[in-house]
Design a protein around this ligand. Structure first.
Ligand SMILES: NC(=O)c1ccc[n+]([C@@H]2O[C@H](COP(=O)([O-])OP(=O)(O)OC[C@H]3O[C@@H](n4cnc5c(N)ncnc54)[C@H](OP(=O)(O)O)[C@@H]3O)[C@@H](O)[C@H]2O)c1
Length: 330
């Protein structure tokens, strides 16, 4: 099969596109013919060697896939050849990545694709959608009527958090870095969208939510507690999910006297069982048109190097060149 893989970590140019042996599914695995994958910032960190975890080479990149079951191991119970399926959480632990024509995946990690949902749309909301659901529902326990602030609503995770916040009945404030992206965030349903480059975000948040923000979702890798804590409401929750090297100062007094809490998490720590409610919700909300995918561009898988370069520029170098996910097709 053709795959996009690395034999050492480094810049995007270390990615090779070539032949690797076809995977052979184990008894509880399905062999998937991959139709679409997407790029996530975590792919960039692994390829660049920024994640202190052992890698076995050749290492196939990619976390998410959408495809069709081509064959099933003897003990597979819930899927059969011809079923359309999606999954996340590949390319970590013992699981090879998704950037290939074929992939063997344990059925526990697979979810059906609703008939009306396209492969590229479901894959674009796979890792990001599961992350948004785990954080909003499992960690922050967002309630209808609460105010949710999403720092970075135009991004992969942020655009899912904004939409899910609205689905869950919250008042949603978010930020974006250009007028075009402000417009896109309004289309996602946010009640108040602020251009963080040209507007006084904190003043506008105070005006919109005088009692404070109930849930602050931080997508930046440099969280600023000295800024956020004064903007939190009584019993405010802050979700932290990025910034491996960040060491911000925490103003403890103003934080604890308001009964605030911090909720850090990494979606890859959630088991298949813990992720299933998130996947079920994503399926239901995408089928009913409540949750939409934001795709910047679709490229052939052979362009994986260019795709990584773009993702790195956009997320790590913060050029904001992307307005949505990059989807790749084998
Ligand atoms: N813990 C987990 O389980 C988990 C899961 C998924 C992702 N992550 C991490 O979460 C981070 C975000 O991922 P992503 O896929 O959403 O990345 P992304 O698509 O690149 O989004 C980054 C966002 O940051 C915004 N931004 C940049 N500078 C900003 C500033 N100064 N103020 C406000 N917003 C700013 C961008 O806005 P503009 O483009 O509009 O400027 C964009 O919306 C990454 O570091 C990723 O590794 C963690």
């Amino acid at each position: 099969m053709k795959a996009a893989f690395i034999t050492r970590t480094g810049p995007p140019e270390v990615i090779q596109f070539g032949e690797l042996p076809d995977p052979v599914p184990g008894p509880t695995q399905c062999l998937i013919r991959v139709r679409a994958v997407d790029v996530n910032p975590i792919d960039v960190y692994w390829r660049a060697g920024m994640v202190p975890a052992p890698i076995t080479f050749p290492f196939i990149l990619g976390r998410d896939l959408a495809g069709v079951v081509a064959a099933c191991g003897k003990e597979v119970r819930h899927f059969q050849p011809g079923d359309r399926v999606w999954c996340s959480n590949l390319g970590c632990g013992p699981r090879p990545g998704s950037f290939a024509e074929l992939c063997a995946v344990d059925e526990d990690w697979l979810h059906p694709i609703p008939a009306s949902v396209r492969d590229e749309d479901i894959v674009a909301n796979a890792l990001t959608g599961i992350t948004a659901h785990l954080g909003l529902v499992g960690r922050a326990q967002l309630k209808a009527g609460e105010t949710l602030f999403v720092n970075g609503g135009s991004g992969g995770v942020g655009s899912c958090v904004v939409q899910m916040g609205k689905i869950l009945g919250a008042r949603v404030i978010t930020t974006a870095g250009s007028d075009a992206k402000v417009k896109l965030c309004r289309e996602l349903g946010a009640d108040l969208v602020l251009n963080y480059k040209t507007q006084n975000v904190d003043a506008a948040v105070r005006e919109f939510a005088p009692q404070g923000v109930n849930v602050w979702w931080e997508t930046l890798r440099e969280p600023d507690f000295e800024r956020v804590v004064p903007l939190l409401a009584l019993r405010g929750r802050m979700v932290l999910m990025a910034g491996r090297d960040a060491k911000p100062v925490l103003p403890v007094g103003p934080f604890y006297v308001k009964d605030c809490s911090l909720h850090g998490f990494a979606m890859f720590n959630a088991s298949a069982e813990e992720q299933r409610p998130a996947a079920d919700a994503i399926n239901q909300w995408m089928e009913t048109g409540k949750l939409k995918a934001r795709i910047d561009r679709v490229l052939p898988l052979s362009e994986a190097t260019a795709a990584h370069r773009l993702q790195e520029e956009s997320t790590v170098q913060k050029t904001g060149v992307l307005a949505g996910k990059i989807v790749l097709k084998p």
